[in-house]
Design a protein around this ligand. Structure first.
Ligand code: SF4
Length: 264
């Protein structure tokens, strides 16, 4: 009996004709196999790349070039220098699940109309406990949090869920991998922003030259990120998502305020 192949994987394989870029992975048909490699290695000779097994790709994608754990597997930064040759659907599925878990199923659910992206307000309105206070972010602050938290510099999933005043992400700026609801990282980032906005510190008057200096300093900090900082450490003042949000606010991209001063 032939092995069962999920409809999602069959649909995905049909997109490899002869190539398909899946976030940072490039899939290409090579005779009867499908080869996966980092998209930055597209022009590399095969013998210059490290041959990984389909199972190896899970471990490979869990750490960055410094060996640090990658909590968000769709964050840019997948290490290059490898190739995986998958000779059947089971090997392909193992490799794809290893590098981007759940992504093929989400992509197929969206392409068949079976998935409903959950809007930011609906999702955060359901939160209880320490995340309850997120719903008090005003619309401008919620937009600022989502715009910076889901920026392509930090995540390649294509956000399809609506956020106040923001259009959905587009595939060219992110990838074909969809995001159907706010993730744990964004939830924590939103909580940190809601908490900061309820501290009641007033806005400091700033002339254009001060703003210009501050934006230049933020740009420098964003280009020279501290490699020791954990992605999800939003208490750290130099967290890149915090820096980007502040930069966007200096450009008038969000108030950073809450609807009330009560904190959840
Ligand atoms: S919520 Fe934002 S950061 Fe989280 S997976 Fe979706 S797009 Fe990425």
């Amino acid at each position: 009996m032939p092995p069962f192949v999920s409809p999602a994987l069959i649909a995905w394989m049909s997109r490899v004709a002869p190539e398909f870029v899946w976030a940072e992975v490039r899939a290409r048909r090579v005779e009867t196999a499908i080869e996966l490699r980092h998209r930055d290695d597209a022009a590399q000779a095969a013998e210059r790349l490290q041959a990984l097994s389909p199972a190896d790709l899970l471990v490979w994608s869990q750490t960055d070039s410094r060996g640090a754990f990658r909590p968000n597997r769709t964050a840019p930064g997948l290490r290059s220098g490898w190739r995986v040759v998958t000779r059947n659907s089971a090997e392909l599925e193992m490799a794809l699940e290893g590098v981007y878990p759940g992504a093929v199923a989400d992509w197929h659910a969206v392409s068949t109309g079976a998935a409903r992206p959950i809007p930011f307000r609906e999702f955060t309105g359901r939160q209880t406990g320490m995340y309850r206070g997120i719903s008090r972010l005003d619309d401008a602050a919620a937009a600022s949090v989502v715009r910076s938290g889901c920026d392509a510099a930090f995540c390649l999933r294509c956000r399809l869920w609506p956020a106040p005043g923001l259009a959905a992400d587009s595939e060219p700026e992110k990838s074909a991998i969809p995001c159907l609801e706010p993730c744990a990282l964004l939830l924590e980032f939103s909580r940190q922003a809601a908490r900061a906005s309820s501290d009641g510190v007033g806005a400091m008057p700033m002339d254009p030259a001060d703003r210009e200096s501050l934006i230049a300093a933020l740009d420098q900090a964003l280009h020279q990120r501290d490699p020791g900082l954990r992605e999800g450490d939003f208490a750290a003042p130099l967290n890149p998502r915090r820096l980007l949000r502040l930069r966007q606010r200096l450009h008038g991209g969000g108030s950073g305020g809450a609807k009330s001063s009560e904190e959840g």
